[in-house]
Unconditional design. Sequence first.
Length: 418
Amino acid sequence: MSLIVHKYGGTSMGSTERIKNVARRVAKWHKAGKQMVVVPSAMSGETNRLIGLAREIQAEPDPRELDMLCCTGEQASVALLSMALKALGVDAVSYCGWQVPVRTDASHNKARIESIDDTHVRKALDSGKVVIITGFQGINANGDLTTLGRGGSDTSAVAIAAAMNAAECLIYTDVDGIYTTDPRVVPEARRMRVVSFEEMLEMASMGSKVLQIRSVEFAGKYRVPTRVLSSLTDPDMPLGQEAKSGTLITFEEDEHMEQAVVSGIAFNRDEAKVMVRGVPDKPGIAYQILGDVAAANIDVDMIIQNQGVDGTTDFTFTVHRNEYNKTMELLSNQVKGAVQAREVAGDTNVCKISIVGIGMRSHVGIASLMFKTLSEEGINIQMISTSEIKVSVLIDDKYMELAVRSLHRAFELEKEQH
Ligand code: ADP
Ligand code: ASP
Ligand code: MG
């Protein structure tokens, strides 16, 4: 009997009515003879609410206690979904991550899954039950609860599908698939029938929040057939039709029918820019600045170094906005003196826009069309970075929507690609 994993996000679990619909959908798959593992998120807004409560008490909440708190959101969801299935006459059992157990490393608030023991889950499945497992959470070697970072239920679901060798992992959400860009920003965005794993990985890394990046990494590493589809359709729609809907992440490039040069646009408002200006230009400067930043466990993304005046150089890089204050403190208190910089400055009103497509490997002129489009809109580019299949620019945050819409139009992403 084939095993299917379903994941339902916050909106899909957003009310008891929606939870009853999820139960009807899961019951339909179960009745069709599938073994079912279901991984729900907390009800929409719940994780934010919990984090808000924590911040009312501690400005920087204790990481271990924050995990204890946030795990309750998913715990409520699994229990309610199990009840909804029982109310439909379907035998179900809910488990928290620690009961499975889903083992993670020690880092609270952004833990990584290390292993999943599926013994209990298999037993329950073999006795005919639908198994419901909390998304977003696990247990570390000290026996403490951990969470996997925002959007982490995607990763829970794909990791469980990988560990249990599931036939497919279906990620049900509030859109009917992966679009050329966030349809909330560009209404003309087009749903892709398939997207290559590499493009999806790049889109997720560049800030497209439809899937958590680690879920895409898991899907790639273990070749988990993964599909993103809507939970807001009629739960009783024919299973065959539902199973083919949405967007499939494909690992075969020739299966990738839409050989567009640019397939999608991602944007990310989670970064901040920091600048170390007027540093004497000599070997070892980058190492001296970034070495201290890395030692403080701060991830750096884009970097540029340019010639200043009088034998000095300016060094600019981006960090996650959550780490901006920490970075500025480090630069001002430690690095500025050590590298004899004239000044340290920062800007949080920035946004990174990326165009992504495997077709870029074999086409030239893509970056220049991007730059031309932005210049025609009068948008200044502050930083640029490229990889084989993407070009990213950092711009003023206030032009984010304008930039994404004009690029979407310039690359004709609204049109079906062949
Ligand atoms: P869930 O709660 O189901 O995990 P998320 O809010 O995490 O849902 O992800 C779904 C949202 O991702 C959509 O509502 C959409 O606004 C956003 N999104 C961003 N980029 C894309 C994209 N390229 N395609 C589809 N949705 C996207
Ligand atoms: N509830 C968690 C969050 O809001 C995990 C998830 O939804 O995937 O980030
Ligand atoms: Mg999500």
